[in-house]
Design a protein around this ligand. Structure first.
Ligand code: KMT
Ligand code: NI
Length: 178
């Protein structure tokens, strides 16, 4: 995992968009935004994922393959949708099995994008109510385990006046002391 401020320059979303020089973001900063992170070697990950799922109460899971092969006809639509700035009413929990990609999360109160480059073995928890988006990188494929607390609730709510008053958003802002 590598986290840094997104440069906001126009151009392909799959490019790193790293400032020159890079402006790294620490795990502490991510943690203060409610973003949690673990590394678990892919080889033999099952037992450790089961353990964390038990502790955190992640009861359900499935696998998602984001690639042209994995998504077929849905590829373009999905890729566009993932990159719209949105929030969910539940955590977005992803364990990367193979490939790579970028999760961007909004920092509060700066509203700056923080780009989180993930790779196999990374377990990322994006809290409910935070604005975020996802893109593949130039390698164009990622396979991830998606974990859920209960029933999958990943309706994306694109950022709007309505999401600003969504109770999960309000609760999130409170939780980070904003
Ligand atoms: C999401 O909800 O944004 C995703 O599942 C993105 C792909 S997970 C690697
Ligand atoms: Ni999402």
């Amino acid at each position: 995992m590598r986290a840094y401020y997104y440069d906001n320059l126009p151009g392909d979303q799959r490019l790193p968009h790293d400032y020159i020089p890079s402006r790294p973001v620490s795990l502490d900063t991510l943690s203060s935004l409610g973003v949690k992170f673990w590394t678990i070697p892919v080889e033999g990950h099952e037992a450790e994922i089961d353990r964390i799922a038990g502790v955190e109460g992640y009861k359900n899971r499935d696998t998602i393959n984001v690639s042209k092969e994995g998504l077929g006809e849905l590829y373009e639509t999905k890729i566009k949708g993932f990159f719209e700035e949105h929030m969910h009413e539940d955590e977005e929990i992803r364990y990367i099995l193979s490939g790579s990609g970028f999760f961007d999360v909004r920092e509060t109160p700066t509203d700056a994008w923080i780009r989180i480059g993930v790779e196999p073995g990374d377990l990322l928890v994006i809290p409910e109510g935070i604005y975020h988006r996802f893109t593949l990188d130039e390698a164009d494929n990622i396979k991830a385990l998606r974990l859920f607390k209960d029933e999958p609730k990943w309706v994306p709510y694109n950022r709007s006046e309505e999401t600003e008053v969504n109770p999960h958003r309000v609760e999130y802002l409170k939780s980070i002391g904003a």
